[in-house]
Design a protein around this ligand. Structure first.
Ligand code: DNO
Ligand code: MN
Length: 361
């Protein structure tokens, strides 16, 4: 029987209100998708700290085979002369993670910011809160916009939006002033050519996360927005170790992206070690959206079609639910509460059981 390797993202004992004991009780969950959050971007992840994390996870009957994310230093993305040093560190991090049994590393190649929303806690009609995105609110001044978004989330600091980075925003933007999409692609290729041989040697697959939202923002280029971008990326280094995270929500934020078809095409080529399965709900025809519960009935994506694409492709990679709503009074890191993501897992597992049993009959 084809089993789903289902994971749950965890931000570590000191920073996540959700415990490993909680995660262990989510039915069908065997993997913790973890990371070291105290290592500065660009530094080598110390072996001892990875071992410690693995020990904690395994003491709770769970596995640590997927890391999200080992972030990439902006000097690599912007192609600065110092990039070689950071690439050497990344290679060592891959080796250290491999020696602890890690199989997949999720990363992204978005300049300066990670994913972006214009509201981190929009109240939905049922009283739950979800993150939302409205193109019109993407101010031409990123600093202004980020501050106002952050205030709306009780000052919760999102990845890539840390105060020390906001303080250097002008310099960061300067570093990208001559980087267009082609240049950014060249820098990704340079990085992949250096690290994929190491991945092959130690059996760790790289899984690039799509740009979220899949459009360029504040004049910064974005290079993983759709199928065409993926074709360019997979050709950079022709190896199954040069893979993708297919995040159904991120790609699905552009209604022109046929997410089940993308899954089928790239799984067939063995390029999808990791899937983020989540839904979003469009609120108009301009592509503005809010995040929703995982169910097809609650959003604009058909999660049955998505899971069926995995099943038909005999998918053996890892899956996790992604951003959920804040429900039942839970407050914490926006999108990463326990309850709605746990509901997501049981829902996705239910679809999977039906697909498996239908096939056996
Ligand atoms: C968005 C989320 C993100 C993702 C990072 C990967 O869809 O999954 O938090 O983990 O962008 O680097
Ligand atoms: Mn995602």
């Amino acid at each position: 029987m084809l089993m789903l390797k289902m994971g749950f993202r965890w931000f570590g004992a000191s920073d996540d209100p959700i415990s490993l004991q909680n995660i262990r009780q989510i039915p069908g969950t065997t993997q913790v998708v973890g990371a070291l959050y105290d290592v500065p971007v660009g530094d080598v992840w110390p072996l001892e700290s990875i071992k410690q994390l693995k020990k904690e996870v395994e003491a709770n009957g769970l596995h640590l085979e997927v890391i999200e994310s080992v972030n990439i230093h902006d000097d690599i993305k912007a192609g600065k002369p110092t990039r070689d040093e950071y690439i050497a560190n990344y290679q060592q991090t891959i080796r250290n993670l491999a020696s602890c049994g890690v199989k997949v590393i999720c990363y992204n190649f978005m300049p300066i910011f990670d994913w972006l929303r214009t509201d981190l806690a929009e109240k939905l009609p049922d009283g739950s809160y979800a993150m939302a995105y409205d193109h019109q609110q993407v101010d031409s001044d990123p600093e202004e916009m980020l501050r106002s978004v952050q205030n709306g989330a009780n000052n919760y600091v999102l990845p890539g939006w840390e105060p020390e980075r906001l303080a250097q925003l002008k310099q960061l933007f300067m570093a990208y002033s001559d980087i267009d999409a082609d240049k950014l692609r060249q820098n990704l290729k340079y990085f992949l050519e250096a690290i994929i041989p190491v991945c092959e040697e130690c059996d760790v697959k790289m899984a690039m996360h799509p740009d979220d939202p899949p459009v360029s923002l504040f004049g910064l280029p974005r290079i993983y927005k759709n199928r065409e971008d993926m074709v360019k990326i997979e050709k950079m280094v022709d190896s199954p170790y040069n893979g993708f995270t297919i995040c159904t929500g991120s790609l699905g934020e552009n209604p022109a992206n046929d997410v089940p078809a993308i899954l089928r095409e790239f799984i067939a080529q063995d390029r999808v070690p990791f899937v983020h399965a989540r839904n979003i709900k469009f609120v108009n025809t301009e592509g503005d959206f809010h995040e929703s519960a995982h169910l097809s009935t609650e959003g604009s994506l058909d999660m049955y079609d998505i899971m069926k694409a995995l099943y038909d492709s005999k998918y053996t990679g890892y899956v996790r639910p992604d951003h959920g709503r804040d429900i039942w009074g839970e407050v914490g890191r926006p999108g990463y509460g326990l309850y709605d993501r746990a509901l997501g897992i049981t829902y996705l597992s239910g679809i999977w059981e039906a697909l498996v049993k239908d096939h056996i009959k």
